[in-house]
Design a protein around this ligand. Structure first.
Ligand code: FE
Length: 343
């Protein structure tokens, strides 16, 4: 028995040696990414330019990629999984998909709020959930808090995407953390009561609906608005002229933010490339790509912003609840959303 184990181990080591020899010829990184932003291309190309490591990218929907990694198990070629939303990262971590990465470069550059304390995953950029309002019909002071959107003033005037979408689910998770479950549920019920139409479309559609007069207020991630600000389309510029945004709760907990991030997979065949890649994502250069490419804020505080849209939006108070804490409240948040009937 013992001999068999040793023999098996020896053949495994030999196979590993072969794999290493192959990777010495051509270093690769197999990246599974659910980030749906075309501008990420430049981010990966720059990594290859700097390190010589070729990036094989598999794109897919968040949940599909998660299932795929799980199904592939130890045979998975995936080295790094990138996705958006803290809860998704935590779910992947809880399922045992990630291997902890101990890296001084990552720990010293990315604030603890944006990382798993055990090193399973880290956020590399963040986005704020903002309130969009019709400049002619609503004063920004009327929507200075998320709570305002659930008040009687906005009955029949609100547009928002589905409650089950992670952007909204994680927003409710933040409210559970800050105000407790009862208040979070009352808020979700207020949102449903105020809807101008059944939830449909993505965040940009909600902004367009405000511009078109279908509703007066909406909820959106900030970068969708930033994209309209930078758009060459006359209709997008017109939408920005009609619609303003507010970073909510500046006198309270601060605007809700979520992260986009990732981690190294437990069965990653190219662990060295994976760590290099994750460290690269925390570098000044890559951080600037997040800002310039998708109008997201870099998590590394010292990175200088060259993005005119983000600069125009200015500084704001960020809700400091740790991403991991948010993630743990999302199942509760989903139950609240279901009870409130926020489809
Ligand atoms: Fe998005």
């Amino acid at each position: 028995m013992r001999f068999k184990t040793t023999a098996l181990l020896a053949s495994l080591l030999a196979a590993l040696g072969l794999a290493q020899a192959a990777s010495a010829q051509e270093k690769v990184l197999n990246l599974y990414t659910a980030r749906h932003y075309q501008t990420d291309e430049a981010l990966y190309a720059n990594f290859t330019r700097l390190t010589g490591i070729k990036v094989n990218r598999i794109e897919g929907k968040e949940d599909e990629l998660f299932e795929r990694i799980r199904r592939e198990g130890p045979a998975s070629p995936a080295d790094v999984f990138l996705t958006v939303d803290a809860a998704r990262l935590q779910v992947a971590d809880d399922a045992g998909l990630f291997a902890p990465v101990k890296s001084k470069a990552i720990e010293s550059r990315i604030p603890a709020q944006f990382r798993d304390p055990e090193g399973g995953w880290a956020g590399y950029s963040y986005r704020a959930r903002v309130i969009a309002y019709n400049r002619d019909k609503v004063k920004p002071e009327e929507v200075s808090r998320y709570a305002d959107l659930a008040g009687p003033r906005f009955k029949g005037r609100l547009c928002v995407r589905s409650g089950g979408h992670v952007y909204n689910r994680t927003l409710v998770a933040g409210m559970i953390h800050n105000d407790g479950e009862d208040k979070a549920e009352a808020w979700a019920r207020g949102i449903v009561a105020n809807l101008a139409r059944d939830p449909k479309g993505g965040d940009t559609d909600q902004i367009y609906a405000v511009a078109a007069g279908e509703c007066d207020v909406a909820i959106s991630n900030h970068y969708y608005y930033a994209r309209l600000m930078a758009s060459d389309k006359a209709s997008d510029r017109e939408a920005v002229r009609k619609v303003g945004i507010v970073f909510p709760d500046q006198k309270g907990h601060g605007a809700h933010i979520n992260i986009s991030g990732g981690g190294m997979l437990k069965h990653a065949p190219n662990k060295e490339s994976a760590v290099k890649f994750l460290e690269y994502l925390a570098s000044d250069e890559a951080q600037a790509y997040f800002a310039d490419g998708n109008n997201e804020w870099p998590v590394v505080p010292s990175v200088k912003l060259g993005n005119p849209q983000l600069q125009a939006m200015g500084k704001f108070k960020v809700d400091r609840v740790p991403a991991g804490t948010l993630a743990r409240s999302t199942p509760k948040a989903q139950r609240i959303i279901d009870r409130a009937g926020w489809k």
